[in-house]
Design a binder for this molecule. Structure first.
Ligand code: HEM
Length: 313
């Protein structure tokens, strides 16, 4: 049997992205309407993207645990469960409503917007948009804290191995799990720090994006707490496609965190280390300037499963 084709989870970062979180309406018809949309998603993407091929429009659909059984008549993927809130002594990662995620990316926002519009129209009556974020690429791929974000993402074969489900759940091989969180930054407080204090919070230099040597890197910096290495030296990676977003008039400055993983437990361990701390109480310094306001986990079925979604089993 040929290997299942993944959705565009391995696509590189683009200049623009729209993150749409939907909540399913009540009623028996909602699941089948979503199913029909999922089966047509590839075609809709081609209809918009083909006109501007250099725009590299992609769309990834993820399905939440509570919605899975309403959309598909097949068992839940092994790792799919509702996002589990993480509560530390000082900071909290909340779980918020989210049944369907669309991660739409392109080099131009107009392509993302057109597809978002078409899809949302098709879901009228079956699902409402619970959250909508328009992300943009900032200078040098920097986040709004001013640091280059994404450098240590795995590449090549390591990237595939980090995000795509394999034989461990053979009926869903080629799928992936994605965790999203919308963060709002307190830029006034962040900018009151010196550049050196900011670098100590992240664990990398700000101007040239070089990782700090271990003997200088604080144990509560972001990089130290999100690097997962087992006692035998095995490192566990995820692929992050974070994007900045904001509204200057409202003083809103954010990072949309989106992390793909072969096993959601890897991202969950990172979240625990960030919010509870390692050891407990030693939380991620970045959280003192960043508040998580949403939290969701979805399964991203392989593309073949979506294309055949009109047949629910
Ligand atoms: C406020 C939200 C966040 C911001 C602004 C942020 C920013 C950054 C920056 C600037 C880096 C260093 C450069 C790089 O390798 O990308 C980084 C690294 C990293 N972040 Fe985040 N991040 C955020 C949330 C998260 C969350 C929620 C997770 C996981 C649950 C995460 C996982 C990672 C990982 C795995 C690395 C690479 C560590 C390494 O191997 O050196 N980040 N992040």
């Amino acid at each position: 049997m040929p290997a299942p084709t993944p959705q565009a989870v391995l696509a590189p970062l683009t200049e623009s992205a729209i993150f749409l979180t939907f909540r399913l309406a009540d009623g028996d018809d909602a699941g089948s309407q979503v199913r029909d949309l999922l089966a047509d998603l590839g075609g809709l993407r081609r209809s918009v993207g083909f006109r501007i091929p250099e725009g590299d429009l992609t769309c990834v659909a993820g399905i939440g645990a509570r919605a899975w059984d309403r959309i598909f008549d097949r068992p839940r993927p092994a790792g799919l469960h509702p996002f589990r809130e993480v509560v530390g002594a000082t900071h909290r990662a909340p779980a918020t409503p989210g049944d369907l995620l669309l991660h739409i990316r392109a080099h131009r926002l107009d392509l993302c917007f057109e597809l978002a519009q078409l899809v949302t129209g098709r879901l009228a009556g079956a699902a409402v948009v619970e959250d909508e974020v328009h992300g943009f690429r900032s200078f040098d791929q920097r986040d709004l804290l001013g640091f280059v974000d994404g450098t240590e993402n795995p590449e090549g074969e390591e990237r595939r191995a980090a995000v795509l489900v394999g034989d461990e759940d053979a009926s869903y091989a080629g799928g992936s799990y994605v965790i999203t969180q919308k963060y709002l930054h307190d830029l006034t407080a962040w900018k009151a720090l010196s550049v050196e204090q900011q670098e100590l919070a992240i664990g990398r230099s700000k101007a040239d994006d070089i990782e700090m040597p271990d003997d200088r890197k604080p144990s509560n910096c972001h990089v130290a707490l999100t690097t997962l290495v087992d006692a035998d030296g095995t490192e566990h990676a995820i692929v992050r496609d974070n994007m900045p977003f904001g509204r200057v008039g409202a003083g809103e400055y954010g990072t949309y965190f989106i992390g793909y993983a072969r096993d959601p437990a890897v991202t969950e361990r990172m979240l625990r280390r960030m919010f509870v701390g390692e050891p407990a109480g030693n939380h991620d310094r970045v959280l003192d300037f960043s508040t998580a306001v949403t939290g969701n986990l979805y399964f991203v079925p392989p593309a073949d499963l979506l294309d055949g979604a009109a047949d629910p089993s």
